[in-house]
Design a protein around this ligand. Structure first.
Ligand SMILES: *Cc1c(COP(=O)(O)O)cnc(C)c1O
Length: 441
């Protein structure tokens, strides 16, 4: 398959009112200059004509959530059956986006404790998200930070980025920084180079991760220059976002291959979307194609409760069903973790089928992916190692230089020997407040 297909040539001709060369089509700046933001252009380029009612509903939706799609991404749509096309559904406005249901949450909620400065989300102990760009090559209809028509800001102010860097310099527990946006790869090479240099100078930051949809929606952005820039700042990891096997085109493959050749470990985060990929066979085909292109499926997300996404949501059971179809049935490498991002800033919660059927003190009863029920015999003798967290005296040889001691939190606390906690109680528990005599109300 050519990188510049006949469909793409036709679209380019319609944009340009005449033929253009491959090098123009594959110039990412040309693609960005011709991002489709109007319905008429969308129709003209794809060669479709919307029903008047369809067009009116789409117009109304755009007043709230604007349209933006690269000619490249649009070219992947199958115009013969565009209404059911997964690429169309991810890029074209749907009137159901305007339906606000009872459980929709406006913008993704983050508590102020999680946001020490506006460009940082520090939710987990040792890693933080750094928002460095508000721009994307296209607006995904399922985005949780859905761009509203009134949003006009593009790049976070330099002061916000500097404040983020200052925070990261002072937060010595952060060993993993996730650069997000918008899309960080929309930034210029020189700016990225500067940013990565600044981050690399922070000694406690071990790895830098980039979250980007570029390989799926604007693969031509992955130039030799970009890759050379990223490569200078290793270890750099990159997670991308493919939701359907049809998105993995020849152009995307080339982009992924360049990144992988530069030694950048690649991961993929998909969102489970009704009408797009809520099918075990589609996800299996997607993860196989990803692994074939040296991309490790990382997360499969349950769709968030953000406003305008109700029509994309599936029951949680669909995700479990998909996980059931993957685990054991295909390479472990190809299996992502299915997660729900807890509403209210609770972070990601992994979910999956259950394999533990029962247990006694000497035996565990398990089932495998085929439904075979099996037993695992526990050891007759296990010398319990009492852990008082005096790791320098422990026979297990934890090299303290690498195993920085940290306070135990959460369920880990309940499991540990060195912490006396026997239960965790949410704050504001009325029963305990009564016991303590703090009767209120
Ligand atoms: C997902 C996420 C991370 C990274 O989590 P991993 O499970 O390590 O990939 C960090 N910060 C925030 C706010 C996140 O949502």
């Amino acid at each position: 398959m050519s990188i510049y297909s006949s469909v793409q040539q036709k679209i380019a001709e319609r944009i340009n009112d005449g033929k253009i060369s491959t090098s123009k089509w594959t110039d990412w700046q040309w693609q960005l200059r011709h991002v489709v933001t109007r319905l008429e252009t969308f129709e003209k380029l794809l060669g479709i004509e919307l029903e008047p009612d369809e067009r009116r509903k789409a117009e109304q939706t755009l007043e709230k959530f604007p349209l933006a799609v690269t000619p490249y991404y649009l070219s992947l749509i199958d115009r013969q059956d565009y209404l059911n096309d997964p690429i169309f559904r991810q890029s074209f406005p749907n009137a159901q986006e305007l339906e606000v249901t009872r459980c929709d949450i406006g913008t993704p909620p983050v508590t102020s404790q999680d946001k020490p400065v506006s460009s940082i989300t520090h939710r987990y102990p040792d890693r933080a998200q750094f928002h460095v760009s508000n721009v994307c090559a296209m607006y995904c209809r399922h985005c949780t930070h859905k761009r509203r028509a009134e949003d006009t800001t593009n790049i976070p102010h330099l002061e916000q980025v500097h404040a983020g860097l200052d925070y990261l310099r002072s937060a010595s527990e952060v060993r993993d920084v996730l650069i997000t946006g918008g899309d960080p790869l929309m930034l210029k090479d020189a700016y990225l180079d500067w940013l990565l240099t600044e981050l690399r100078e922070i000694e406690h930051i071990q790895i830098i991760r980039i979250g980007t949809r570029i390989p799926a929606v604007l693969p031509y952005r992955v130039t030799d220059e970009l890759v050379a820039t990223l490569k200078k700042h290793h270890p750099v990891w990159l997670n991308t976002h493919f939701n359907h096997p049809r998105e993995i085109s020849t152009s995307s493959r080339q982009a992924l291959s360049k990144l992988a050749d530069a030694g950048i470990p690649l991961g993929n985060e998909s969102v489970l979307l009704s009408g797009v990929n809520d099918c075990p066979r589609i996800i299996k085909s997607l993860v196989h194609k990803l692994v074939e292109n040296r991309v490790r499926p990382y997360y499969l997300y349950q769709c968030d409760l953000s406003e305008g996404l109700s029509h994309f949501r599936t029951p949680v059971g669909k995700g479990i069903e998909i996980m059931e179809s993957l685990i054991g049935h295909t390479s472990g490498y190809a299996v992502p973790t299915f997660v729900i991002d807890a509403p209210g800033g609770g972070g990601k919660i992994p979910l999956g089928p259950n394999y533990l059927i029962s247990l006694a003190t000497n035996k565990v009863v398990l089932r495998n992916y085929e439904g075979v029920i099996t037993t695992y015999k526990e050891p007759d003798k296990y010398e319990e190692k009492f852990c008082d967290r005096k790791c320098d005296q422990c026979e297990l040889h934890l090299n303290l230089e690498y195993g920085q001691e940290m306070e135990t939190t959460g369920i880990e606390k309940l499991l540990s020997d060195h912490d006396e906690t026997i239960s965790l109680t949410p704050s504001g528990n009325e029963r305990l407040e009564r016991q303590n005599g703090n009767r209120s109300g």
